[in-house]
Design a protein around this ligand. Structure first.
Ligand code: MRU
Length: 365
């Protein structure tokens, strides 16, 4: 997607086999490209959310394995890299998916061929994600088209939570892919953007990318969604997910569950866009089985922003001395999900629908 009119992916390599990423901790205030020279840098980038979003975490972990092969292509090197990267973040299942794929491919290769093989496989993982997101966009576009036709005029109002945009993937995004496809088709649409706490990722990242892609949007506080739905100002919600059970329960950025409850109460369709790499075929009960990350309370107690002179400051906004609790994700049970927009089409949030759509993957569960 574009920044200042120039196309970017969120992660790429250059001839020197260095891996480069957009430092998302600096957005929206500064656009900075960071180098990931080795395994440890890749692991720290995921931990500190320099890169984030389920598919991008998977892609970065894959490149982390490749970088590890430069230093130690032995079986022990493969296993140690796998273990180090697995510890970085707990909720997004794309991490495990990407690492398992890389480990299997590398162990099947002689150590002398592992560097080339690892960089090629990591590149394939990223290229496939781009294709998948484009397909999600095409299927989600059908839904937006239907709403536009039904409304017969005026913008289609989409509400999205957090950043499931191109910054969370390699390109195009999951929840935003249908938005970009609709925009390219000339459909009049407008996006309500939230996740204003704890990390402001809607306000910082989704708003940043929509602005650069010239998609009309409005930042709203996290608590506004229910009010807008009551007043008919949301036609559909589309959010992303970090782990979806085979039964269609969905873990996503904290606050997603409350949006789904409000959508249900107001009969607003609530869609979740996801690549099949985000389905955890091993589990059925999201509330009981999906590990929910808890992050440092500083993300809640402090914010960073620019002053009138353009200088960046981090300030505390909560009562000094009071502890904070910072749950990063919640689980929306399948019964609140209208449909799952995948690369193969829109599935009902039900085990039989997901299994019918991805029979070869479901077998592994
Ligand atoms: O904590 P993050 O920023 O990695 O979580 C991001 C989200 O919750 C996204 O909605 C998500 O990863 C969806 S994937 C495009």
């Amino acid at each position: 997607m574009r920044i200042e009119g120039r196309p970017y992916r969120t992660i790429w390599t250059e001839a020197d086999r260095k891996v480069r990423v957009i430092d998302q901790t600096r957005l929206p205030h500064e656009f900075v490209v960071a180098d990931l020279p080795d395994l440890e840098a890749a692991a720290v980038a995921i931990e500190t959310m320099l890169v984030r979003g389920a598919p991008l975490i998977g892609g970065t972990a894959a490149y982390g394995m490749a970088l590890a092969m430069l230093a130690d292509p032995s079986d022990t090197g493969v296993e140690q890299a796998y273990q180090r990267l697995m510890r970085t973040r707990p909720t997004a299942v794309n991490l495990r998916w990407g690492l398992e794929r890389m480990r299997a491919v590398l162990l099947a290769e002689a150590p002398s061929g592992r560097v080339d093989r690892a960089f090629a496989e990591a590149a394939s993982i990223c290229d496939e994600d781009v294709e998948i997101c484009a397909a999600i966009g095409r299927h989600g576009l059908d839904l937006i088209r239907e709403v536009a036709k039904r409304k017969g005029g005026g913008p289609v109002n989409v509400l999205t939570h957090c950043n499931a945009g191109w910054l969370a993937t390699i390109d195009r995004g999951t929840a935003t892919a249908p938005v970009y496809a609709a925009r390219e088709e000339g459909i009049d649409l407008h996006v309500w953007v939230d996740e204003t706490r704890p990390r402001n990722q809607g306000a910082s990242l989704t708003a940043y990318e929509l602005l650069h892609e010239e998609v009309p949007h409005t930042i709203i506080a996290d608590n506004v969604g229910g009010h807008l739905m009551q007043h008919g100002q949301v036609d559909l919600c589309i959010v992303g997910t970090d782990r979806t059970t085979r039964t269609g329960d969905v873990a996503n950025k904290i606050g997603t569950y409350l949006k789904a409850l409000a959508a249900d109460a107001n009969e607003v369709p609530f869609y979740v866009a996801l690549p099949s790499t985000t389905i955890d075929w091993r589990i059925r009960d999201g509330v009981k089985e999906i590990p929910i990350e808890q992050r440092a309370d500083r993300e809640l107690t402090h914010v960073t922003g620019r002053d009138a002179l353009g200088k960046l400051h981090t300030v505390q906004i909560t009562n000094p001395g009071s502890p904070g609790g910072n749950w990063a994700f919640d689980v929306t049970p399948a019964r609140y999900v209208t449909g799952l927009i995948t690369e193969r089409g829109v599935a009902a949030a039900k085990e039989e629908s997901l299994v019918a759509m991805f029979p070869e993957q479901a077998k592994g569960g």
